[in-house]
Design a protein around this ligand. Structure first.
Ligand SMILES: Cc1ncc(COP(=O)(O)O)c(C=O)c1O
Length: 367
């Protein structure tokens, strides 16, 4: 069978996901496991969304609406855009693949940060195109370096803002100094999966920028601030003509029935969204204060996770925390050995995490 596999598929590394909670329980024989590894929403989802999901219990045998009509209408209303500019898919993860399927040919170049969401690279490779990875600058995306790397082979440039895993942002002012140097023939993807958590008023207003630059598309998700990761709904907003082609590529039923209905309801519940954002902010500040007390350097995060420097072997820290039932993301898996990425959790879990981290560092230093 080996002969059947495309060389592009052979070039891919398997995705290493955060360990599932049940696996950690089994492996370490512990009852309570806290997952702070995948930037999920510790507050769950809104009560109104739960009611909608409950009401759908008898609809498992039905295909979802292939046009995602109601959801697209709600997104269009929320962001004040034309409904035909909106596209939906099975998480923004799958939309990244759909974008690559739509535009990339063998040999095309696709520009991204060196340390960023790994799906830009893997889907570029899958198409036989060439990832151009630009080194980070002070642990942030070097957006000037990314724009400098554009050639006549460049098809797409991926701006992850806030960037996963660093949590850092670039500002509108910084972006505006570069935008006119990006040719109209290059697609600009603004992946703003964590935008809801940003408090800075300097963050780019991508929808506004899109009015003058129709080669920008915005990618967003219901997996993070809305707490619907398991329902797999991502969405985007872009120029109508481009979106029409993209819709030919997106599988008709990728946006499942539960996800569509839940996401439509989630957008209406502004109170829950505010609750999530406010609490994330309080806990983000708490963690920063505690890291400071421990003398640990952390990156200036604007998201629901934080990257912290553990000054040495992050693998051992990861293993120690796992044995105590806390799952985090070790930096060696993210291209940042010596660091760990921790999702911002509930108040009590964060407090416990800090205590365990202190223990873990001591254990690591003595073993
Ligand atoms: C930057 C970024 N983009 C996209 C995604 C994909 O999210 P989803 O497929 O759940 O919508 C993630 C998930 O972690 C992410 O961090």
């Amino acid at each position: 069978m080996e002969n059947l596999i495309r060389k592009e598929v052979k070039s891919l590394s398997p995705y290493v996901a955060g360990k599932p909670i049940d696996e950690v329980k089994r492996e370490y024989g512990i009852e309570r496991v806290v997952k702070l590894a995948s930037n999920e929403n510790p507050y769950g989802c809104s009560q109104a969304v739960k009611r909608v999901i409950n009401e759908l219990v008898d609809e498992t045998s039905l295909y979802p609406d292939a046009a995602s009509h109601d959801l697209k209408e709600e997104i269009a209303k929320t962001f004040n855009v034309d409904k035909d500019m909106v596209f939906c898919g099975a998480g923004s993860d799958s939309l990244i693949k759909d974008i690559c399927l739509t535009i990339l040919n063998e040999g095309d170049e696709s520009i991204m940060g060196e340390i960023t969401f790994p799906r830009y690279e893997s889907n570029t490779l899958l198409m036989g195109a060439k990832p151009i990875k630009i080194p980070m600058k002070d642990n942030k995306l070097d957006i000037q370096g990314m724009v400098d790397a554009i050639t006549d082979k460049t098809k797409v440039i991926w701006f992850c803002n806030p960037n996963n895993p660093t949590g850092t942002i670039f500002t509108e002012e910084e972006f505006l100094t570069l935008i006119d140097r990006i040719p109209r023939s290059v697609l600009i993807v603004m992946d703003e999966a964590y935008e809801e958590f940003v408090q800075s008023d300097k963050f780019p207003n991508t929808l506004e920028l899109m009015k003058a630059h129709n080669n920008i598309i915005l990618l967003k998700t219901f997996s993070k601030a809305y707490g619907l990761a398991s329902l797999r709904i991502g969405y985007g907003i872009g120029e109508i003509n481009f979106v029409q082609y993209l819709n030919r590529v997106i599988n008709a039923f990728d946006s499942n029935l539960y996800g569509q209905k839940a996401a439509t309801e989630a957008l209406k519940d502004k109170e829950f969204l505010k609750y999530v954002i406010d609490n994330n902010e309080i806990q983000r500040e708490y963690l920063k204060r505690e890291f400071k007390k421990l003398g640990l350097k952390y990156l200036d995060t604007h998201a629901n996770f934080i990257m912290v420097n553990v000054n040495g072997d992050d693998k051992k820290i990861h293993e120690y925390l796992l044995s105590k039932g806390f799952i985090i993301r070790p930096g060696f898996l993210l291209g940042m050995p010596g660091w760990i990425r921790v999702s911002i959790g509930l108040e009590g879990d964060n407090r416990e995490f800090i205590e365990l981290l202190e223990e873990a560092i001591e254990y690591r230093n003595n073993n």
